[in-house]
Design a binder for this molecule. Structure first.
Ligand code: PLP
Length: 406
């Protein structure tokens, strides 16, 4: 498939990215989603809203993030020049706060004083609890009981920040069930409550809105690489869970037809049913939690179990815009296994002194394979979506063995 020069503007006014996306929600949420769509359109055009968002992104969150030339890693791999977009340096440690902050400002415009969110690894929960503390909003975070045990550090952070963390025990007791519980809460409390969804997923307008709040990543990277190299990059790389950090980097480059883009999904133990979360490897079209998209399900349409060493990539569906960009041939999707990600986690730590999140390590693993095959005058930008502090105990267990105690 060849990439089209100019892609149509998506989504349409009903949230469709081609045949993907839409609003697959209970009737009781339609009024709230319509109100949210309308308010977001107003905010987007309001210079005062944008100025407030920009000010807080700068002073509170730490933007712009550096575009760092990874000199030693480039030398080691012996191919393309590698730049890291340092989202790991943001307040709370990952890109997630770009979106959490934008949506908190929207909630204030909507006059909603109570915030709910779901979280898997806890990074989105921490970002949401942080902005709620900053604006004095009540905050309830839904989290699977299994994830709460795996990510105890982030549970403690959310509680320090004043959030109530509610354990979800249904099903696999992980992210999917936490989303179900958050949606149930929203249906019940929709008048007082805004739901800060954490990725480019769910019903319209979330995939569009979350994308827009993360576009700043690509807008900055584009400006920074033009300043530094006086040309556009040849390749962009990002890991893809729901797809927010990747679409944030990719979107401002979509019409630059010579810029290749690769999204890296979680290959887990390899492409064996229920042992990975790579939706484009054996996935199918379906509807999950508000949106029509590419997902992992069995022949009866039941959602399959997923697995990844990184909780942030461990989800059965991908954001609808990625399904669309996949079909257009504009973005390529591949995967990295747990083992490759753990190996990349160590390599970046040792060669550049930067410990990446395990999610991010999947993108790093792809760059390890791709860079040596490219010429020395070519340029790669990889989105360093988050830092690895939260993953230290887990990575240590894998790398140094079970006996290690903290
Ligand atoms: C949550 C998370 C991801 C995956 O989510 P996307 O919406 O696909 O970006 C990736 N990296 C980090 C550090 C995360 O916290």
């Amino acid at each position: 498939m060849s990439a089209t020069a100019t892609l149509p503007k998506v989504p349409d006014q009903h949230g469709h990215f081609g045949k993907y996306g839409g609003m697959f929600v209970p009737e009781t949420l339609m009024a709230a989603l319509t109100e949210l769509t309308h308010e977001y359109e107003m905010a987007r055009k309001d210079p005062a809203f944008q100025a407030e968002l920009d000010r807080l992104l700068h002073e509170y969150v730490g933007r712009p993030t550096p575009l760092y030339f990874a000199e030693r890693w480039t030398e080691k791999l012996g191919g393309a020049r590698i730049y890291l977009k340092r989202e790991d340096l943001l307040h709370t440690g990952a890109h997630k706060i770009n979106n959490a902050l934008g949506q908190a400002l929207l909630a204030l415009r909507l006059g909603k004083k109570r915030i709910i969110a779901e979280t898997g690894a806890g990074q989105h929960g921490v970002a949401t609890a942080t902005v709620c503390a900053r604006f004095g909003l009540e905050c309830v975070i839904y989290m699977g009981k299994i994830d709460m045990e795996r990510q105890a550090l982030n549970v403690a952070r959310m509680r320090f920040l004043g959030a109530e963390v509610r354990a979800v025990t249904a099903g696999q007791a992980t992210l999917k069930e936490a989303v179900n519980e958050a949606m149930r809460d929203w249906v019940t409390n929709v008048r007082s409550t805004h739901y800060i969804l954490g990725s480019a997923l769910g019903s319209h307008p979330f995939p569009m809105m979350v994308r827009d709040f993360h576009r700043v990543i690509g807008v900055e990277a584009r400006r920074q690489i033009l300043e530094r190299e006086e040309r556009l990059p040849d390749l962009l790389v990002a890991c893809v869970g729901g797809g927010s950090n990747s679409i944030g980097l990719f979107h401002p480059f979509l019409n630059d037809k010579d810029v290749r883009m690769v999204g890296v999904e979680a290959g887990g133990d390899g492409i064996i049913p229920e042992r990975h979360a790579a939706r484009f490897q054996g996935g199918r079209l379906g509807v999950l939690q508000g949106t029509k998209t590419w997902l992992l399900a069995n022949d009866d349409g039941q959602i399959e179990l997923t697995h990844s060493v990184s909780a942030g990539l461990d989800y059965a569906a991908i954001g609808p815009e990625h399904a669309y960009l996949h079909d257009q041939g504009r973005v390529e999707y591949t995967y990295a296994t747990d083992e490759e990600a753990l190996d990349a986690f160590q390599e970046l730590s040792r060669v550049e002194g930067i410990i990446p999140a395990l999610e991010t390590a999947h993108a790093v693993a792809y760059v390890k394979k791709a860079a040596p095959k490219l010429a020395k005058d070519q340029i790669i930008i990889v989105n360093l979506s988050g830092r690895g502090d939260k993953d230290v105990a887990q990575a240590a267990r894998h790398i140094f063995g079970e006996g290690l105690k903290f």
